[in-house]
Design a protein around this ligand. Sequence first.
Ligand code: IMP
Length: 187
Amino acid sequence: MAKELVIDPEEIFVGNEKFVKFIKDEEIQKRIAEMGMEIAREYRSKFPIFIGVLNGSFMFLADLLKNVPIKCEIDFFKLSSYGDEKISSGKVKLIKELNADITDRHVIVVEDIVDTGLSIKFIKEMMNEMNPASLKIASLLLKPGSLKHNVKIDYIGFEIPDKFVLGYGLDYAQKFRNLKSIYKLEE
Ligand code: IMP
């Protein structure tokens, strides 16, 4: 018999590994509403462009921008850094280019999680070469204990311990991005 389908389960099993619910759907939405209003206040007269880093940020960007009631544009690009594993490969590659021209634009990059900071460092260098009017970073999650690069994150949803997490856009081997809550690997 097939297992019953459960939306927003309490725990997830991946082989022998157990992931437990860590940041609930409602907590995520509450924090995103606060971030959205803060960003809206700062950018209301600036016609900013939000740039999502695929694939992980798709859910955060969608929910965040529902809470930013100002005139803005949205674009995406794609990086590859983790492959299909839980440990960073230490390399970043651009695998889908940005379409928008960000010269003289107010840019907010939207990330799912900052771990070592390597991706954000790469993104900042790449974007600064395109001469934006301003560049800020919003990340739903930050692991301060893992940071290896000196990068400033301007808007942070939650600071979390240095543990692998999945759900709400974040994957484990490309799966589990569609979970509403965020799950943490159990010790
Ligand atoms: P960084 O370049 O080391 O900061 O890693 C950033 C990228 O690694 C994120 O955009 C995610 O795609 C991925 N990543 C880092 N930590 C996790 C995690 O705990 N779960 C899922 N993906 C992660």
